[in-house]
Design a protein around this ligand. Structure first.
Ligand code: PLP
Length: 423
């Protein structure tokens, strides 16, 4: 029987891939805990938790057992006109841990749809209230997904460049630093006075796809304050940062100003099932609550609130809130801090940064985002049994919370040897 990699080549079109340059995929047979196992008998520490999803470890026994039980009771049912126990319990569970102003939970399938729905809620909120606000506000270099609304509010890049002429009108502001925040606020206030901006979408504290770019909560608070002054709906895209990554349940918990809307996916279902939610405050829901049918939010996906995904998410939240998992998050955060002390003065390193369990190193090298040097680094990591995906000259770690100290040490040492191997 031919290997998966060979069969894949004849049939599958992969995401984020130029197949002519990268024709061969690695066949993964199994995953357990922090390990991925390929079809050639090799294992790899999954040091990015499979794009920030499997934070409690792959094929987590507790989550599997809860989903298995659910499978025998209710697999899938239409979510328009019907409801079900896993969805109700999940909505209640999420609202208990989300910022206190959040009141309603809208389900969808992935991070892009979560933000797309957030954008639609903001636009229609103004539309239903009779206001014309066609413009959106977002950060430069943001990434919010691959659907048209979410592409529009993402920074222009290889992802959305070909579609530019079809994207919504978006005003982009730089991510604030100590040096730039005053100017950004000055310009923003002038811009928002025109009264045509519907909402502001942001990745709080950490911009994942911008190579884990980090910025201060205090600067974001000032921008949010300005947005609220001019009636914008604020949308926290916590697709990447949600569920403990930043050291609190949500990155928004580091801020004194809560968002109007929160988008969640990825670790929501702990890597087991695709699902997302967009939550909102009561004021937004009320703007859709009407005797007029067209004022409702007419957005819905076939698998909305799939019971198995809801059950996986509920089990994930239970795990997140245990003392053991909170200790794990603290432990990993502390280990990164120590590693940072060890490595940050290295002559080949330009900068390091950390937010909770997310740690990033910028190498002092010019590198294309998916260029040859980046590929060499990637190969080095894989050859040493560590799955890391450098983005240009940035190497970042986002491990499952359950990673053990010796496994983390292996990740650190592999990064050190990779740095030595490049010039
Ligand atoms: C902050 C953020 N928002 C949205 C998305 C899109 O999520 P998905 O890939 O599930 O569509 C991502 C994906 O990386 C993300 O990091």
């Amino acid at each position: 029987m031919k290997k998966l990699a060979a069969r894949d080549k004849h049939t599958i079109w992969h995401p984020l891939t130029q197949h002519k340059l990268h024709p061969v995929m690695l066949g993964i047979e199994k995953a357990h805990g922090v390990y991925l196992y390929d079809e050639n008998g090799n294992s790899y520490i999954d040091a990015i938790a499979s794009w920030y999803t499997a934070v409690y470890g792959h094929c987590n026994e507790y989550i599997l057992s809860r989903v298995e039980q659910q499978m025998r009771e209710l697999d899938q049912v239409v979510f328009s006109g019907f409801t079900h126990r896993p969805a109700v319990e999940l909505a209640e569970g999420l609202l208990k841990i989300l910022p206190a102003n959040q009141e309603k939970v809208f389900f969808s399938d992935n991070g892009s749809t979560a933000t797309e729905i957030g954008i639609k809620m903001a636009l229609q909120y103004h539309h239903n209230s009779g206001r014309k606000r066609p413009v959106f506000l977002a950060f430069e270099e943001a990434f919010h997904g691959d659907t048209f609304g979410s592409m529009s509010v993402s920074g222009l890049s290889v992802y959305n460049g070909p579609f530019e002429q079809w994207l919504m009108e978006v005003e982009r502001i730089p991510v604030p630093t100590d040096d730039t925040v005053e100017n950004i606020l000055f310009d923003l206030e002038n811009r928002l006075r025109r009264g045509d901006v519907a909402g502001f979408i942001y990745e709080p504290l950490v911009q994942g796809a911008a190579a884990m770019k980090m910025y201060k909560a205090s600067h974001l608070e000032r921008i949010l304050k300005c947005c609220k002054k001019y009636g914008l709906i604020t949308i926290a895209d916590e697709v990447m940062t949600g569920f403990g990554k930043t050291g609190k349940n949500f990155a928004s918990d580091h801020l004194s100003i809560p968002p109007d809307i929160v988008c969640l996916s990825k670790a929501l279902t702990a890597g087991l099932m695709p699902m997302a939610v967009t939550t909102c405050n009561g004021e937004i829901f009320d703007a859709f609550y009407s005797d007029e049918i067209h004022k409702g939010l007419f957005h819905g996906h076939t698998y909305t609130a799939n019971p198995l995904a809801c059950r996986a998410a509920l089990a994930g939240i239970e795990l997140l809130l245990t003392e053991e998992m909170q200790d794990n998050i603290e432990r990993v955060t502390g280990s990164h801090r120590q590693f940072d002390q060890r490595i940050k003065g290295h002559p080949k390193i330009a900068q390091t940064r950390q937010c909770g369990i997310i740690y990033a190193i910028d190498l002092d090298l010019e590198m294309e985002r998916y260029g040859k040097l980046r590929d060499r680094l990637f190969q080095h990591f894989m050859a040493n049994g560590v799955f890391l995906r450098p983005l240009g000259n940035t190497v970042y770690i986002h491990p499952p919370y359950i990673i053990q100290e010796e496994e983390l040490e292996k990740v650190y040492q592999t990064i050190e040897s990779a740095i030595e191997s490049i010039d």
